[in-house]
Design a protein around this ligand. Sequence first.
Ligand code: DGL
Length: 282
Amino acid sequence: MINHSAKLPIGVFDSGVGGISVLAEIIKALPSEEFIYFADTLNSPYGVKPENAIRSLAIKAADFLSNLGIKSLVVACNTATSAAISELREMYNFPVIGMEPAIKPAVGLGLKGKILVMATPLTLKSKKFKELVYNYKHLSEIVPLPCAGLVEIIERCNTNGREIEEYLFNLFCPINKEKISTIVLGCTHYVLVKQEIIKAVGKSINVIDGNYGTARHLKSVLQNERLLNNVIDGSDTLMPIKANVRFYVSENEKEVIMTCKRLLQNEGINCEEKNLNYVNTQ
Ligand code: DGL
């Protein structure tokens, strides 16, 4: 039986450009899908706001995408997932995929040494994170590392620059790096500065994120729900991929959309010029 919803786009949102790191993995896994990406830059950063405020921003963003007509929603933000994933799953009858710090795969590496989880203050304070740590703390020592201010710098400077270098240098300065085996990037923005993080740590270290896992999970959920717009499988895709993405941004649209497109290009993904939109979600 044909599922007509399969032709609809997949909605993806984040507070800003961080979710592009997730979108890139999703496009690679599902190159024949259409996407709508919403960057809520007007309300960025989410991670230093109270949980209630983030929950209502996440609901607004999700409602905006849902009203455009989507077959699935990806909350490409650990912070919004921590604050609102249960509510979002109750609100919609399409699959809602969230993100959480990739502690499970980090523990799965079975390495000796601490697992450092870099994330926003809200993510690390959340009940969801505490439950996640509780499930794995008998296997590894898990150390939260809140990074207030890093999302703002990445939004301002993108992926390189002195400010990022200085921030990371000061962050890692008091930490005994020899005791760390793995760093988990529990915020989708941090994936964009993975190389800078490795440089700041100054030793060979595993740095992992949940983006690939999220893309695989989305693919299997869509498959099970018969919602795949399947023609091409990601594994056979030739680079560069021509992606069908409509961008919406709540503030500073031209600059942000240019950045989103450049970040996708860095991953071998090209987007069409026409799909640039501004939205007022207030
Ligand atoms: N990319 C978001 C996350 O994964 C950043 C949240 C923020 O705006 O602080 O948590």
